[in-house]
Design a protein around this ligand. Structure first.
Ligand code: SF4
Length: 243
């Protein structure tokens, strides 16, 4: 995509949603970190259902360790991979206490050393908790980047690198949320809503969807007479001739 089109792409997304926010619920960098760890291969909605009860009991690393793995498992049972995630939450809480004065570190390297924290999770925490202009490439951003031609790549890291180069500096802080929300609600995996997409004319996707005509206006194809009807008409003609 040409740089002037990338600029226009983000100008329109920014105009539509000037102050985009994470849809995960959290109250501090620590609860954000836990919520993002829980959201791996799960929806934000499923995480938001479980975390209020969890954070009411444990909103600091110390309280999380005191709560213990079996109790955490009970509280997050509705989220996929809950056993592994409960184990990681205990371990990362212990590491935060032992190595970071119970605080969430502000560097990608330190974040990625925590159990259950990969590059994507680290990028989300840096962006949302510390206002760093990182772009965490999840399934939505990967799809939007490739479809639109904004940042094509075969791995999330490739898409991330290309987005970092392509996105104008003034849009970098919120680019992550604009692209996620665009992918989640407009440029969906199965049926993108291209007719209502504000960047439709800038997008390079070849299989854009179009408006379907209303049911009442759909013209029924003319039916060709079946064999039975033809045979009946033939018999009627014969009967008339022999009469
Ligand atoms: S035009 Fe369609 S495919 Fe392109 S970004 Fe918009 S919704 Fe996605």
């Amino acid at each position: 995509m040409k740089p002037e089109h990338v600029e226009e792409f983000f100008r329109r997304l920014a105009e539509r949603l000037p102050d985009p926010r994470s849809e995960l619920e959290f109250e501090s960098p620590f609860t954000l970190l836990v919520a993002v760890v829980l959201s791996a291969q799960a929806t934000d909605a499923s995480v938001n259902k479980a975390t209020p009860a969890l954070f009411e009991l444990a909103n600091t690393p110390e309280k999380m360790v005191a709560l213990g793995e079996p109790r955490i498992q009970d509280l997050i049972r509705t989220i996929g991979l809950y056993r592994t995630k409960a184990k990681n939450i205990i371990k990362l809480s212990e590491m935060l206490i032992a190595e970071h004065d119970s605080k969430v570190p502000r560097t990608r390297e330190a974040l990625q050393r925590l159990p259950g924290v990969g590059r994507k999770t680290a990028n989300v925490v840096l962006n949302v908790a510390f206002a760093e202009p990182t772009i965490a490439v999840d399934t939505h951003i990967f799809r939007v980047g490739n479809r639109t031609g904004l940042a094509r790549g075969v791995t999330p890291e490739q898409v991330e690198t290309r987005l970092e180069k392509a996105v104008p500096a003034r849009y970098k802080l919120h680019a992550h949320h604009w692209l996620i929300l665009h992918g989640r609600y407009i440029c969906t995996a199965r049926k993108p809503n291209c007719p209502e997409c504000v960047v439709n004319d800038l997008c390079a996707f070849k299989a854009k969807t179009t408006l379907e005509p209303p049911k009442t206006l759909r013209v029924k194809p003319a039916r060709t007479p079946g064999r039975k009807a033809k045979a009946q008409r033939g018999r009627a003609r014969l009967a008339m001739r022999s009469a």
